[in-house]
Design a protein around this ligand. Structure first.
Ligand code: FAD
Ligand code: NAI
Length: 471
């Protein structure tokens, strides 16, 4: 039996980053991965690289270009007639990006001498793993430490079973061979809004059915309300407080029935995306036989530092509590490797940024105004609209705002919430300021280049103290 210092189960962003950091720290490392591409080749990168963050952003980018050309180029004096989207080429570009990046991770494994064990990994004990290859062969390896990074899978909705033809999950929604004339989306969460936007921009008539009465309750209310208005203006038909009651295949279309305000509604669409959340994935791990504790929702229980109830067995990423985000999984991967190495890593879950890649984008870090008010905190709030910045005007990107919240007594930066162009990049300044336990005044006293979108961040900080310069 081969022996390793560390074996990581799962080669997604959590697992592959953990493996790299372990190898950097001099540990003999292996990673078990079962994901295969359509040619039967084992690929690394997990959900994020294969069917998540990267392919969805590739399609968001292509569709954003298309919408700019068809709807906004004329504002710049550019005439383009009869612009067409070749969906096949768009999908090929996306697939090529995925291939390059997953091969890149394989290259990193070679560089760091990490052994890839191909197949499904299951726990035999807290220092032995069995790997079952696709052709059913078993091998066992031993490890001083085990890191479980088996990720998550889409949650299912019994009345709307995924058939990968008319009814799809997020993976199927990345691969429509043509733009559906009409598209239904169950769930106005991150996937529903991002992938709903992709196909709307390409001409689909998109209806989003959301069970909750409130739009994006996790976001700050002002930001959610600005985003909701803008997305509706763009053409997304968002139905809140709508509960799906039945779904059937009718002559090659999907007939969805839902209830809203006590009334029954029918919706007929060419395709339906089910995007109602994701659930932790412990399939094939034999967690229970090994005595690994899961909670009642199937997440692996950890102690806040990714330690499970089994000695020397750790878990990271989507399979444990916390936001299901690639950067959270990666940071946990680094922290766990350093913990195994005997270091004292410090990774705060309070500073994980959220980004929704609609356009304009939505991004935040820290707490919302309503959370802080519920906690009884005394706060000061600043706002600044992008339309008051020169750069946003020059770009024709005037929608949205930045909202900044500081503690009323200490001025500690408690939260920053953005709806606007490039919010995904702008939020990093706020994450950094919070990581250094900074104040809104620290941002107010920082020089921001002119003309940039980041001036809205500067002005929002000035606004906390009632001294904006350009409003
Ligand atoms: P995963 O990426 O799910 O990887 C787990 C890996 O473990 C997989 O490769 C799987 O094959 C393997 N595995 C599972 N069980 C076993 C086993 N028993 N043996 C061997 N291998 C096993 N997050 C963001 O931060 N930004 C985004 O923009 C973003 N966009 C997304 C878009 C979509 C459409 C989706 C679906 C998700 C998106 N996410 C995004 C979420 C992100 O993909 C996940 O949070 C992230 O991939 C979690 O990483 P992970 O390593 O924990 O798990
Ligand atoms: P989500 O949790 O973001 O949203 C699911 C939505 O579906 C919620 O609003 C929920 O109220 C609604 N819903 C649940 N059951 C329903 C029902 N029966 N009928 C109607 N609505 C219902 O989950 P989503 O969009 O599936 O994404 C999963 C996760 O993947 C995200 O939470 C996030 O962690 C990750 N992700 C991150 C992205 C990013 O960082 N940009 C992009 C895409 C996914």
């Amino acid at each position: 039996m081969d022996n390793y210092d560390v074996v990581v189960i799962g080669g997604g962003p959590g697992g592959y980053v953990a493996a790299i950091r372990c190898a950097q720290l001099g540990m003999k490392t292996a990673c078990v991965e079962k994901w295969q591409d359509n040619k039967g080749k084992t690929v690394l990168g997990g959900t994020c690289l294969n069917v998540g963050c990267i392919p969805s952003k590739a399609l968001l980018d292509s569709s954003h270009h298309f919408e700019n050309i068809t709807s906004h180029a004329k504002d710049h004096g550019i005439t383009i007639e009869n612009a067409q989207m070749d969906v096949g080429k768009m999908l090929k570009r996306k697939d090529k990006i995925v291939k390059i990046l997953t091969m890149g991770v394989a290259g990193l494994f070679k560089k760091h001498h990490i052994t890839l064990l191909e197949g499904t990994g299951s726990l035999k004990s807290n220092n032995e793993i069995e790997i079952t290859s696709i052709d059913g062969k078993n091998q066992s390896v031993s490890a001083k430490s085990i890191i479980i990074a088996t990720g998550s899978v889409p949650a299912t909705l019994p009345p709307a079973p995924v058939d990968n033809d008319l009814i799809v999950d997020s993976t199927g929604a990345l691969d429509f061979s043509e733009v559906p004339e009409s598209l239904g989306v169950i769930g106005a969460g991150v996937i529903g809004l991002e992938l709903g936007s992709v196909w709307r921009r390409l001409g689909s008539n998109v209806t989003v059915i959301e069970a909750l009465e409130e739009f994006m309750p996790a976001a700050d209310h002002d930001i959610a309300s600005a985003a909701e208005k803008e997305l509706i203006k763009q053409g997304l038909n968002i139905q809140l407080g709508a509960k799906m009651t039945a779904c059937e295949n009718k002559n090659g279309k999907v007939k969805v029935q839902y209830e809203q305000n006590g009334e029954s509604h029918d919706l007929k669409v060419d395709k339906l995306i089910v995007a109602i959340g994701r659930k932790p994935n412990t399939d094939g791990l034999h967690a229970e036989q090994a005595g690994l504790k899961l909670d009642d929702r199937g997440f692996i229980e950890t102690d806040g530092q990714c330690r499970t109830n089994l000695d020397n067995v750790y878990a990271i990423g989507d399979v444990i509590h916390g936001p299901m985000l690639a950067h959270k999984a990666m940071e946990e991967g680094v922290a766990v490797a350093e913990l195994i190495d005997g270091q004292k890593p410090d990774f705060s879950h309070d500073n994980i940024p959220w980004v929704v890649y609609t356009w304009p984008e939505i991004a935040w870090v820290g707490k919302t105004e309503h959370q802080l008010k519920e906690e009884g905190r005394h706060i000061r709030v600043g706002n600044f609209p992008f339309m008051a910045t020169g750069r946003a005007r020059a770009m024709n990107e005037t929608s949205g705002l930045i909202k900044m919240i500081g503690d009323a007594e200490t001025d500690e930066l408690l939260g920053v919430h953005i709806f606007g162009p490039n919010a995904s990049e702008l939020i990093s300044e706020a994450v950094l300021a919070r990581s250094f336990e900074g104040s809104t005044e620290d941002i107010a006293r920082t020089v921001h280049a002119h003309p940039t979108l980041s001036e809205a961040m500067h002005e929002a900080a000035l606004s906390v103290d009632g001294r904006t310069l350009h409003l």
